[in-house]
Design a protein around this ligand. Structure first.
Ligand code: ZN
Length: 495
């Protein structure tokens, strides 16, 4: 072992001092989180609803476990000619972890990405409680060549309690500290970026043919309207547009604005011939609109493995740099389930609905800040570039929060998370879309009282079930997130 590695590993197994969250679990921070994650479970914000539920009151979203103790923003005011901010009293040092990160920074491993986060929840944390975490360094890997660069994986474990000493959960967490621009693919970076960016394709998308008969359709697309030709004589809809009505022969044709909602009637993926303008082999789908006509289109923002016949689709409008707009379709997001699934409703192999999460600069920055993560790579594009990234990217607490929102939207508000384990792959950059899919992998009978110390198990109540789901969130670069969660579902309605 090198001296340097020995130095890095010196603190393994040593428990740091407890880090106390600066704030009690409170509504404003929960609201900020829920808004950023698009999380609408009323157990987190609706007093009346929460009081009648399994927790008996408002609780913190479980995925916020490590957000409460995040250090928050540290603007270096001294560099701007102002005095430095006073130290925050409740923040104690993270000796071992902090010193390892410092050693790595000084040795040039300036890049940082989180790769694994595994939460175990003993119970949900209630409004007004304060969380403290005790962190332990558990491993520092040897130097490894990764796709991002040469670096070390640093693994920690944190036990969380309330300040009253009640254990609420734990976290296994791993990051990679790497030397920027030493990645396996460093030499190809530019070319890859071009291919991955829909705004700057290496080859132009073929321009659709437009004529007098179809002019209304293209003008509609430019106005973000999906217009379907309609016969003014007999009312029949037809697509693609033609010169006359195939039913009655009339040439008096108008159009109707479609809702853009439909279902997937058929699909295929085109591998040959390769079409450089599309990047990856494009998915071609036949979408049956609510209005009854079928539209031949591209299916975007998902992997081919995630789609299936009959699934709900939603139109969106692609703006091509050549100056035309084109309606394309992506899987439609399903509405949040408002009545919690019951144990008896769930079987192994059940699919979870597919859910696209469009990635924007605002979304990535808003979720980073809602999780109190001010690492520059999550909001500052210049610094993200310097540290070897093509753009800002989503932080792991946000990936965890979005995954839990996805699972919870399927499960219903009163299913209780027992754990949430995620592993990150390709980064979530802006201007992309991460599409979630998943399925039930295990259903096990479980005593109601085992779910949550706040749950009222009642005398003689039927057992519920511990249900494990596996999920993936895939963007244009590949899987961003893969993971699993185990949730307790009651046997009978809990409210
Ligand atoms: Zn007609």
């Amino acid at each position: 072992m090198t001296d340097f590695l020995e130095q890095l590993r010196a603190g393994i197994g040593v428990e740091g001092s407890a880090q106390v969250a600066p704030d009690l679990v409170n509504i404003p921070m929960i609201r900020h989180w829920c808004e950023a994650m698009d999380e609408a479970n009323p157990n987190f914000l609706d007093e009346e609803f929460a009081a009648a539920g399994p927790h008996g009151g408002i609780v913190s979203p479980p995925a916020m476990l490590n957000a409460w103790g995040m250090p928050g923003v540290r603007i270096k005011r001294e560099e701007m000619g102002h005095p430095p901010p006073p130290p925050i009293e409740s923040e104690t040092e993270r000796e071992t972890y902090g010193s390892v990160l410092g050693l790595l920074d000084n040795a040039g491993y300036l890049g940082v990405v989180a790769t694994n986060s595994e939460h175990i929840y003993h119970r949900y944390i209630r409004l007004g409680e304060r969380v403290k975490g005790t962190q332990k360094l558990v491993d520092v890997s040897e130097e490894k060549q990764t796709a991002l660069g040469i670096g070390h994986f640093v693994t920690t474990e944190t036990e969380y309690q309330t300040t009253d000493g009640d254990p609420v959960g734990s976290m296994f967490f791993r990051i990679l500290k790497f030397k920027p621009h030493t990645g396996r693919d460093a030499s190809k970076e530019g070319a890859e970026n071009a291919a991955d960016s829909p705004a700057a394709p290496p080859a132009m998308r073929p321009k659709p043919s437009m004529n007098q008969d179809s002019q209304f359709f293209w003008q509609g697309a430019a106005a973000k309207e999906l217009r379907i030709q309609k016969c003014n004589s007999c009312g029949r809809l037809q697509h693609p547009p033609g010169a006359r009505c195939p039913a009655c022969g009339s040439m008096d044709l108008g159009w109707k604005v479609a809702t853009g909602r439909g279902t997937l009637y058929s699909h295929c993926q085109v591998h040959y011939p390769p079409l450089p303008a599309f990047g990856k082999p494009p998915i071609v789908g036949l979408v049956e609109l609510e209005e009854g006509v079928r539209v031949l289109t591209n299916i975007t923002d998902c992997a081919y493995s995630q789609i299936s016949i009959g699934m709900d689709m939603q139109a969106w409008f692609y703006n091509d740099p050549q100056g035309f707009s084109l309606p394309l379709f992506r899987p439609a997001r399903q509405p949040r389930r408002t009545e919690t699934l019951l144990a008896g409703d769930i079987s192994e192999g059940d699919p979870m609905p597919i859910c696209p999460i469009p990635l924007t600069v605002t979304g990535i920055v808003a979720t980073a800040i809602a999780t109190r993560d001010y690492q520059d790579v999550h909001h500052d594009r210049d610094l993200a570039h310097q540290k070897g990234s093509k753009d800002i990217f989503m932080n792991i607490l946000s990936s965890s929060g979005l995954a839990s929102r996805y699972v919870s939207d399927w499960a219903g508000p009163d299913a209780i998370f027992k754990n949430l384990k995620i592993r990150l792959g390709a980064p979530n950059h802006p201007y992309d879309c991460m599409t979630m899919s998943g399925k039930v992998t295990e259903v096990k009978s479980s005593a109601a009282s085992g779910a949550d110390s706040g749950a009222d198990s009642g005398g003689g109540q039927a057992d519920g079930a511990d249900v494990t789901v596996e999920f993936a969130g895939i963007n244009s670069l590949g899987p961003h997130i893969t993971g699993s969660a185990t949730l307790y579902f009651p046997a009978n309605p809990s409210r």
